[in-house]
Design a protein around this ligand. Structure first.
Ligand code: BGO
Length: 265
């Protein structure tokens, strides 16, 4: 069984990888590039390999790390993704999560740095987060080792299920219509659960995604239509849609202590 560990730089990915694998690690380079590749066996599970992906902010095609990470996810299709996010920086970290969820790979989110979040008095409502994302969510402190075992057990569980829960979120209706039209054009060459990811990338004019597909359909009509309709380029449209979704997650799932109020009480 292969589990990919994915997250932003500084989210605590190395700390978690070490906690999960102990000294059972193999370090090399990704083929053809000088990006470090680390894999290790999950402690107590000889048959579970944890693949540490490079720290990234997005699955866009702009940095070597992003390309390495997404090529691995698309070509190797790990059994599950363990997405580590920094709980003290939800907004920025969730940007990657929204993209990982579109790959159609079973996923568990580990909200890290919970020792700091709890100390601050801020609250992350895990149940609501789980609902809004449609995936399992576990709180952890990779540094203190809390929740790590539970995260590993949950990710094994979802990997065994084999099928990913489809993303629960929908973008604005016009964008969804265009994505539907692109997904239809993708036909049977792309497995159903991967269609949303490829449709979004094609709409974003991602020039490297064509290489990952046997045959990339022409989606220029869809691009022209939505750019005129929303008066913006498609890449910005999708980015904005993601931030609208993330804002709604933060509104419902995060309570920040109001320091001003505290002082006046
Ligand atoms: C330094 N809680 C807390 N409090 N800190 C954590 C946790 C957690 O749950 N998880 C990780 N960290 P990486 P990437 C550091 O290195 O694993 C800390 O990039 C320091 N170093 O210890 O490296 C972790 O692999 C000096 O902090 O992240 C590390 O994803 C002073 O978060 C940092 C303070 O973790 C990044 C911190 C010399």
């Amino acid at each position: 069984m292969k589990i990919a560990l994915a997250g932003n730089p500084n989210s605590g990915k190395t700390t978690l990888f070490n906690a999960l694998t102990g000294s059972n690690q193999f370090v090399g380079n990704w083929p053809g590039v000088t990006v470090e590749k680390k894999e290790g066996k999950l402690k107590g599970h000889k048959d579970v390999v944890i693949m540490d992906l490079p720290g990234i902010y997005s699955l866009s095609p702009y940095t070597l790390e992003e390309v390495v990470a997404r090529n691995y996810l698309i070509n190797e299709r790990p059994d599950a993704i363990l997405n580590i996010i920094d709980g003290t920086n939800l907004e920025r970290n969730l940007y990657l999560s929204t993209q990982l969820m579109e790959l159609g790979i079973p996923m568990v989110m580990a909200v890290n740095m919970m020792d700091i979040v709890k100390k601050s008095g801020n609250k992350i409502h895990l149940d609501k987060l789980k609902q809004k994302l449609g995936c399992e969510v576990v709180e952890i402190s990779a540094l203190k080792g809390t929740g790590v075992k539970e995260a590993a057990e949950k990710v094994i569980q979802v990997a065994k299920r084999k099928t990913a829960v489809p993303p629960v979120h929908k973008f604005a209706a016009e964008v969804e219509d265009v994505l539907d039209s692109i997904e239809t054009k993708l036909g049977s060459g792309v497995p159903e659960e991967q269609k949303r990811f490829f449709a979004i990338k094609l709409l974003e004019k991602d020039d490297k995604i064509g290489m990952q597909m046997k045959q990339a359909p022409d989606v220029s009509d869809e691009i022209k239509y939505i750019e005129k309709e929303m008066d913006d380029d498609t890449e910005s449209i999708i980015t904005n849609e993601r931030y609208v979704y993330i804002s709604s997650i933060i509104d419902e799932c995060y309570t920040k202590v109001n320091t001003k109020e505290k002082l006046t009480v």
